[in-house]
Design a protein around this ligand. Structure first.
Ligand code: NAD
Ligand code: UDX
Length: 456
């Protein structure tokens, strides 16, 4: 018999990989992932998983139907579970009060109501989703509005995985954060959650805090990371005006141990489903708690990010004689970062839409994100999706590098140059390619925070 039955509600980018690694590392726990989306569950049960992550397919293959199950039987699995992780989506609200900033907690509340409806014994409910600080209070009220005498312990256990490296992040996390109520029952629930991770995470990396600190730490961690990206991107604009080179500046600044070398890469701006939404959530919370100066400080991180994509397109226009109308532009990459098929909030979306507004014609290639790209560009004319990078770049006036896929470095740029309109332009939005080599081939090459290398 399984030591414990773990259930995860929400089979997305977080619930899917996280539970696969828990099942892998804890063979004596029975782990089930449920979702209201039947096709997502079908995909988790098939050879074509709904999420692309390096190493994920191997982990799933080892555990599926052993101690890892994907199901839509939400009532049955809630009844069976001892510990329920809630990993549903918490997007930015698009309507009503707080629209554009606050987190939309309807999916969380609906999940809580399902738990209340179907549970017939006490349970630990773990907040895995990223939530506004003090959500546990509301969650507790919904869960305890039951007349069955059932008690729920709420634990916060935010997830810090990054897409593209999710399996490595889960297998070797910098830290696991567990927040709980400061009562004997609360501490016992935290220990039960900690016991899961102790199967493979060294105990000194498991941090326990009060529940509000845990909820807030998740928002703050994402805000601090995004702030670094916006800080560097702001300086990239100054580099372009002054002749300084952003990679040289960040490499030298990052050598200071207090600053650190990571997360200082200039680019088109941060994308992904988390950074923007979580900072806006933080902004909303600060406003709600009467801290307008603090709110304004964090909001600038998002504004600067929007500016960066806009600035990139303006630079393109300037270089291409102030018009891209009817020009063909090849776009390398659409995912918000390399090694994922996820395009949520990808800066490629903003760049492509602006170019289409300027009447360019786009040819998009991405190794993993083309299906999502098609959804993002629904309603736009003059946009083509190519299965082969050379098809996307044949005969174009300019190339945009929108994602840092390493495979873009290995393309045959001489062949691409020979097939392009002249003058041939590359706008490297990720400072990914070898500028000198491309310049020698004959390209005019523009990066971020760098002096352009041009033939005129
Ligand atoms: P996602 O949209 O990929 O997955 C959420 C899933 O929850 C969907 O499949 C949806 O159908 C399901 N769902 C919604 N309501 C449900 C209900 N009532 N019952 C059952 N299933 C329901 O989202 P995600 O990217 O996995 O993110 C989930 C949470 O984790 C969010 O709060 C996010 O902020 C946080 N997070 C995400 C990442 C990331 O890299 N994507 C990293 C850390 C934390
Ligand atoms: C982020 C957090 O890193 C992770 O801890 C959290 O759990 C979820 O949100 P994710 O969005 O998946 O993860 O990827 P991340 O590697 O953080 O990149 C976010 C965006 O910032 C990407 O668009 C990336 O290209 C960009 N970025 C990152 C930069 O532009 N420069 C950098 O130096 C780092």
């Amino acid at each position: 018999m399984a030591k414990k039955n773990i259930l995860c509600i929400g089979a997305g980018y977080v619930g899917g990989p996280t539970m696969a690694v828990i099942a892998d590392k804890c063979p004596d726990y029975r782990v089930t992932v449920v979702d209201i989306n039947q096709s997502r569950i079908d995909a988790w049960n098939s050879d074509k998983l709904p999420v692309f992550e390096p190493g994920l397919a191997e982990v799933v293959a080892r555990c599926r139907n052993r101690n890892l199950f994907y199901s839509t039987d939400i009532p049955g699995e809630i009844k069976r579970a001892d510990i329920i992780f809630v990993s549903v989506n918490t997007p930015t609200k698009t309507f009503g009060y707080g629209a554009g900033k606050a987190a939309d907690l309807q999916f969380l509340e609906k999940t809580a109501r399902s738990i209340v409806e179907y549970a017939d014994s006490d349970k630990i409910v773990v907040e895995k989703s990223t939530l506004p600080v003090r959500t546990a209070q509301a969650l507790s009220r919904v869960l305890h509005a039951n007349t069955k005498g059932i008690h729920f312990q709420i634990v916060s256990n935010p997830e810090f995985l990054a897409e593209g490296t999710a399996i490595a992040d889960l297998e070797s996390p910098d830290r696991v954060l567990i927040g709980g109520m400061e009562t004997p029952e609360g501490r016992k629930a935290m220990e039960e959650v900690s016991a899961i991770y102790e199967n493979w995470v060294p105990k000194e990396r498991i941090i326990t805090t009060n529940i509000w600190s845990s909820e807030l730490t998740k928002l703050v961690s994402n805000a601090l990371l995004a702030q670094r990206v916006s800080s560097v991107n702001s300086i990239s604009a100054l580099c372009e005006r002054t002749g300084a080179d952003i990679d040289q500046v960040t490499a030298a600044a990052g050598r200071d141990k207090r600053i650190g070398a990571r997360f200082l890469k200039a680019g088109l701006g941060f994308g992904g489903s988390c950074f923007k939404k979580d900072i806006l959530n933080l902004v909303y919370l600060c406003e709600h708690y009467g801290l307008p100066e603090v709110a304004a400080y964090w909001e600038e991180v998002v504004k600067l990010n929007d500016y960066q994509a806009k600035r990139f397109v303006e630079n393109m226009l300037g270089a291409m004689f102030n018009t891209v109308a009817d020009k063909r532009i090849g776009v390398l990459g659409f995912a918000f970062k390399a090694d994922t098929g996820d395009t949520r909030e990808s800066p490629a979306i903003a760049v492509c839409r602006q170019l289409l507004e300027e009447h360019a014609e786009l040819f998009i290639y991405d190794p993993k994100a083309l299906e999502n790209a098609k959804q993002d560009m629904i309603g736009y004319q003059k946009v083509h999706f190519c299965e082969d990078p050379y098809d996307a770049l044949k005969g174009v006036h300019a190339i945009v590098v929108a994602t840092d896929w390493q495979c873009f470095k290995d393309l045959d740029y001489q062949k691409i140059f020979d097939d392009m309109e002249k003058p041939a332009f590359i706008f490297d939005g990720r400072n990914l390619l070898d500028r000198k080599k491309l310049f020698e081939i004959g390209f005019n090459i523009y990066g971020i925070g760098k002096k352009p290398l041009t033939k005129f």
